[in-house]
Design a protein around this ligand. Structure first.
Ligand code: ADP
Ligand code: MG
Length: 521
């Protein structure tokens, strides 16, 4: 038996000597306990290496254990480990000039097997695994994989692939934006069917298999809704295909082209067209109103005249006279409204004249205050009588005030307080040369129109003067009122601003220059 053992040992040692691999056995403190030396390998033990030397020094001339040492790993985990050692120990990279040794280490238990002897201690076996080519190949695979991953991830369209059970296997960045799911959520919990309205995933697969939609296993340019995480839907164009391996369906891949932006633009264009149409309608309505007012003028004149005649020429009882006087008063009121309407709607060239701003505001209010929408609105007017006449186009300012006042009434939804003020800033007085110019003011007339509505939401405050900006439902607002008002005030070298009042509601401030020389007409 002992003889047999010796033969066995002999053969085993021979086998180790001739093995293509180099083997060293080291202690847990990196001392070489045994080795089969092979002088041909530049990075491994050379002939002069002696048992008892420290392995990292003997092998690589390092002063410290290798950064990536498999033996250290074995010490830590007690499990076999395969690692690459880099000549340039600091760089964990397998470059041409950073040649790597591939070492496989595994633990050798103390007193293991029949060949145990007294000096046995726990040791680590380190094999030269000589696998740089394998690693390189792996490296290439990893780099090409990461290149493909980058390619897919940076695609503008959502790229989503699923296996035949519907489990998601690829989910790129654009897919997360379209669906609202994170990559992790999609890869771990999502089924491709969840991304479509119920039953659609099946229909899509059916279409792909039919070959009628762009080729066998293909679906091209298919308009589809995709269901987002929050349950809302995203319109997409889907290009999808089935992935085959040996004629067997193994996966499906879809390219989701987001249509939201395109749809938004389409809707915007459509909205603008409607608004333009509305603006056109409004302007023709204005002309129509002017025409109707003109036609009403004559009959109204007739009513007034004949009422007057009846009052003068007939001997009527007091009740009848009272009624006729009522008719006369109402007819006169109608005439006044018609006159204002005509003035307001008159399409004339810009006409700048010295005007009393209080009168212009009053005239706008005259037209508006009997409208139903102002029925429950208290109107407070605070006009500064010292304001001199200023050079303005009355009709245009009528438009400005009317737009702002109507907006205020809209915002209060028919009940609240509308306060209109006109004033000068600074000390009032008549100048020494007798001209109606005021000292110490800022050279402007100020008009404020305040309401007690909900105010203007902060996020839209910067947008309200933009043409076509409206928060009102279709048919109610054109979004042109404030932009027109802004343009008119600007052309008067004035300023139009809006802000919210601390107490409640919005306040619009208009300032207009006192002198004409500043105007740009
Ligand atoms: N007094 C106000 N209070 C609150 N919001 C206002 C007020 N005035 C204007 N706005 C906001 O500004 C928007 C634009 O006004 P405007 O240009 O006159 O267009 P429109 O009245 O047709 O909507 C309104 O839709 C509204 O959202
Ligand atoms: Mg408006």
């Amino acid at each position: 038996m002992i003889y047999g053992n010796q033969v066995e040992n002999h053969y085993l040692l021979k086998a180790i000597e001739t093995i293509k691999r180099q083997i060293i056995i080291i202690s847990y403190d990196y001392k070489i306990l045994a080795s089969n030396c092979n002088p041909n390998k530049k990075y491994f033990l050379n002939k002069s290496s002696k048992e008892g030397e420290i392995c990292y020094h003997a092998l690589f001339n390092f002063d410290f254990p290798c950064k990536n040492c498999p033996a250290t790993e074995v010490k830590k985990t007690g499990k076999p480990s395969l690692k690459r050692i880099f000549i340039d120990d600091q760089e964990n990279e397998c470059k041409e000039n950073n040649f790597c040794a591939c070492l496989y280490a595994y633990p050798m238990a103390a007193n293991a097997g029949d060949m145990a002897c007294d000096s046995d201690e726990a040791a680590i076996v380190v094999l030269d695994f000589d696998l740089p080519s394998l690693f390189k190949c792996d490296e290439k695979r990893v780099t090409s994989n990461s290149f493909l991953r980058n390619l897919i991830n940076s695609a503008a369209d959502g790229v989503i692939a699923a296996d035949m059970t519907g489990k998601i296997i690829i989910f790129n960045k654009a897919a997360t934006e379209i669906s609202g799911y994170s990559r992790k959520e999609a890869l771990e919990h999502l089924n491709i069917r969840d991304l479509y309205p119920q039953g659609d995933a099946y229909k899509i697969m059916k279409k792909m298999r039919s070959g009628d939609y762009g080729g066998n296993g293909l679906l091209k340019g298919h308009r589809q809704l995709s269901v987002r995480k929050d349950g809302s839907t995203t319109p997409i164009v889907l290009n999808a295909s089935i992935v085959y391996e040996d004629d067997k369906e193994v996966a499906s891949i879809g390219f989701f082209h987001d249509l939201r932006e395109a749809k938004r633009l389409e809707a915007e264009i459509e909205k603008m067209q409607i608004q333009l149409l509305q603006a056109e309608k409004m302007s023709s309505l204005g002309k129509l109103a002017a025409g109707v007012a003109h036609q009403l003028n004559n009959p109204l004149g007739g009513i007034t005249l004949f009422t007057q005649l009846m009052l003068e020429e007939y001997d009527l009882n007091s009740d009848a006279r009272e009624d006729l006087l009522k008719i006369q008063r109402d007819a006169e009121r109608c005439s006044a409204i018609v006159k204002e309407l005509l003035e307001f709607a008159r399409q004339t060239k810009r006409e700048v004249k010295l005007q009393n701003i209080n009168k212009i505001v009053g005239r706008t209010l005259f037209l508006l205050r009997n409208q139903a929408i102002f029925q429950n609105i208290q109107i407070i007017e605070k006009y500064d009588p010292n304001i001199p006449e200023i050079p303005v186009d009355m009709q245009q300012l009528n438009h400005v005030f009317m737009n702002i006042i109507l907006n205020a009434a809209d915002s209060m939804e028919g009940s609240g307080v509308l306060e209109i003020r006109t004033f000068l800033k600074g000390k009032n007085g008549i100048s020494s040369d007798g001209v109606n110019i005021l000292h110490d003011n800022d050279g402007m007339v100020h008009i404020t129109i305040a309401d007690t509505g909900p105010g203007i939401p902060a996020p839209i405050l910067p947008n309200i003067f933009e043409p076509f900006f409206t928060t009102k439902e279709e048919g109610k607002g054109t979004g042109l009122g404030l932009s027109m008002a802004y343009g008119i005030v600007e052309s008067h070298q004035g300023k139009l601003t809006a802000e919210n009042r601390p107490e409640r509601g919005a306040i619009f401030s208009i300032s207009l220059p006192l002198k004409k020389e500043n105007h740009q007409f």
